[in-house]
Design a protein around this ligand. Structure first.
Ligand SMILES: Nc1nc2c(ncn2[C@@H]2O[C@H](COP(=O)(O)OP(=O)(O)OP(=O)(O)O)[C@@H](O)[C@H]2O)c(=O)[nH]1
Ligand SMILES: [Mg+2]
Length: 402
């Protein structure tokens, strides 16, 4: 399962967003460092399922299909808050970031309403700047990566200058756990004009700009401009966009209320929907009804949705360019070996091949992969075929089909 990390300044609404996404009951409060250790849970990406297009009734196994919407599970981690100088141990430090090393997507939550100061303390709305919220997180992440680099720098320098290994290779090994690959490292060294043969000449500043560069290239961020329901928050959103960030207007609190009400059967609402429908009018207190009406007016009608689903979807499908693919065993019936129609969906980076898909499903299937068939056209696919959005693929492997 892909892993998404939710990071951000203290008290901006990370746990509220996490709780809305996973329905996990966790601690949420209006002061910094409410969360002291990372929370893990399962959430979903939402796509239009191919079942409608094909006019079939599916039997999802690794995902869910609700009214033609396929929900693909991802793992989400809600991190403790980050403040300036966290790399020096301020606040809760940065140790917990080890848990998001493997994260493919990073969602940085910012307080678009500006109602928190740099340390996460509540202040009057409009006093704080969401651009600063994001910058401080980027800076601390850079220090974190630089720390990882420094831990190993002497050894790497020796290896390279004694001609036992190449710098790029050593660094790629070092950062493979972070999902930062060889190409990213080469490009960063190149663009910064650094000498890969004399790393001992790199100073602190070079290490810092290198860390910043590989982060920016290898771990692009999506910004959740949270608390968009508050007056004045659209200014914060504008500032984020002007600063060049991929910012999505989000009301984590609205999403949490809607998800909980839907869970209790009071309303009909799916994550990402542009509206909800009350189904148990009789069970709503006047206060609840008012809260729901406010969400409709201030969030849904104004922004099109609560933005939470949008933020995760965009992180994977726009920023990281992932695509969903449906593996089936029987390309005629579109089933697995138990006869389930369109049982599974996997997401993988654009440019992936059927063999990559096979490996993603199971290492064994990858190793025994022979060829793949496009279930729509029944055509056998070439070895370097690049998977497309919504492809239905039957993999033929030595000994078995899957
Ligand atoms: N108006 C409004 N308030 C929100 C929203 N999301 C969160 N909040 C409030 O912001 C405060 C902080 O929420 P948390 O989710 O605990 O924030 P956090 O980022 O996890 O905080 P730490 O774990 O302390 O870093 C709480 O009072 C929430 O109710 C939102 O979308 N709109
Ligand atoms: Mg929290």
């Amino acid at each position: 399962m892909e892993l998404a990390g939710i990071v951000g300044k203290a008290n901006v609404g990370k746990s509220t967003m996490f709780s809305a996404m996973t329905l996990a009951p966790i601690e949420i409060a209006n002061y910094p460092f409410t969360t002291v250790k990372p929370n893990r849970g399962v959430s979903y990406l939402r796509i239009k399922c191919v079942c409608r297009e094909l006019g079939v009734k599916d039997n999802p196994k690794n995902s869910r299909c609700i009214e033609g919407n396929r929900f693909i599970p991802i793992e989400v981690i809600d991190c403790p808050g980050i403040i300036r100088e966290a790399h020096r141990g301020r606040g809760l430090g940065l140790k917990f970031l080890d848990e998001i090393r493997q994260a493919s997507a990073l969602i940085v939550v910012a307080d678009a309403s500006g109602s928190t100061d740099p340390d996460g303390n509540p202040v009057d709305p409009g006093s704080g700047d969401p651009v600063d919220d994001v910058r401080l997180v980027e800076d601390e992440l850079t220090y974190w990566v630089m720390g990882l680099l420094e831990d190993d720098w002497q050894r790497i320098t020796r290896v390279v200058e004694n001609r036992v290994g190449e710098l790029e290779e050593e660094l790629a090994k070092k950062f493979s756990g972070l999902g930062i690959g060889l190409e990213t490292i080469k490009d960063a060294i190149d663009e910064l004009g650094l000498d890969p043969h004399r790393p001992s000449k790199w100073g602190r500043e070079e290490l810092m700009s290198f860390s910043e560069k590989i982060l920016r290239k290898g771990k692009p961020i999506i910004v959740a401009a949270n608390k968009i329901d508050m007056p004045g928050a659209e200014k914060g959103l504008e500032r984020l966009r002007q600063a060049g960030y991929n910012a999505i207007p989000v009301s984590a609190e609205a999403e949490r209320i809607l998800r909980l009400a839907a869970e209790k059967g009071l309303i009909k609402y799916l994550p990402g929907d542009p509206d909800f429908q009350v189904i148990r009018e009789d069970k709503l207190s006047p206060r609840q009804r008012k809260a729901l009406e406010m969400i409709r007016e201030n969030v849904l009608e104004r922004w099109g949705s609560t933005g939470v689903q949008d933020a995760v979807n965009q992180a994977y499908f726009k920023l990281l360019n992932y695509i969903p693919v449906y593996p089936v065993e029987d390309p005629e019936k579109l089933t697995d070996h138990d006869g389930n129609v369109l049982p599974d969906v996997y997401i993988l980076p654009e440019g992936s091949t059927p063999k990559d898909l096979a490996y993603k499903i199971h290492t064994e299937l990858g190793k025994t992969f022979l060829y793949a068939v496009d279930a729509r056209t029944k055509m056998r696919l070439g070895e370097d075929y690049k998977l497309k959005w919504g492809d239905i693929i039957s993999i033929v492997a030595a000994g078995k089909r899957s």
